[in-house]
Design a protein around this ligand. Structure first.
Ligand code: PLP
Length: 218
């Protein structure tokens, strides 16, 4: 089920250059098609097998965002099918993405996922390790890094502080010249904190349950 009012409400908060990614994980094909018919083209998934299944069944003009932890050995299944991978957080994954992109002679767009709060259950590179990862990215030819992503804490006050920190880092990287790295997207904000994230400078929000309701099993 898609909540049309929720989509309209969210759009009121967005600037024309902002992107709403509808996170459709654990939502069925019908629900995604209802959002598609409302004009939504950006959808987010976090499980490789579920994503591939939906990718094959749904219209080809959808821009797929991969927003979950990505195991290096699953890269081969999703390569070439995503608009943006939000979860680049380690060199081993970078190398796998580079290798398969080279093989297919394509460019793969990704965001660096940052774990600001250092919560162990969250993926993402720590803030102080970003610069080292940037150096490795610069050596690649087929990976294009387009920005940063983070998942906020459940406490909104903490979440806000994290968003502010990430925006500062994004601005800092944006000022420099790098190979393969250009800060276009700052992916922060989900159902509970997208308003705060937008206030803190996010230009890409990832919203699931607020639009689709609770997640089913598909
Ligand atoms: C599930 C998920 C979302 C969407 O979360 P909601 O709270 O349902 O809006 C956004 N980003 C990531 C990385 C997710 O895994």
């Amino acid at each position: 089920m898609v909540n049309v009012n929720a989509i309209d409400e969210i759009k009121n908060y967005l600037k024309p250059t902002d992107t709403l990614v509808c996170v459709s994980k654990k939502q069925d094909i019908e629900a995604i098609m209802s959002a598609y018919e409302l004009g939504i083209r950006d959808f987010g998934e976090n499980i490789v097998s579920e994503f591939i299944n939906k990718y094959e069944k749904l219209p080809k003009d959808i821009k797929w965002h991969f927003v979950g932890h990505l195991q290096s050995n699953k890269v081969k299944y999703i390569i070439g099918k995503t608009f943006l991978i939000h979860s680049l957080d380690r060199v081993s994954l970078l190398n796998e993405l580079e290798g398969y992109s080279k093989k297919l002679k394509i460019e793969t767009n990704a965001l660096i996922q940052v774990n600001i709060s250092k919560e162990p259950q969250k993926g993402g590179v720590f803030l102080e390790d970003i610069d080292a990862l940037l150096e490795d990215i610069e050596k690649c030819k087929h990976i294009k890094v387009k920005g940063l992503m983070s998942i906020g804490s459940t406490e909104l006050e903490k979440s806000k502080e994290e968003f502010i920190v990430l925006k500062l880092k994004w601005d800092e990287i944006k000022k420099n010249e790098y190979n393969n790295i250009k800060m276009e997207y700052l992916s922060m904000g989900m159902s509970d904190d997208f308003k705060i994230a937008l206030e803190c400078g996010s230009n890409m929000i990832r919203v699931g349950t607020y639009i689709f309701g609770s997640r089913n099993n598909v």
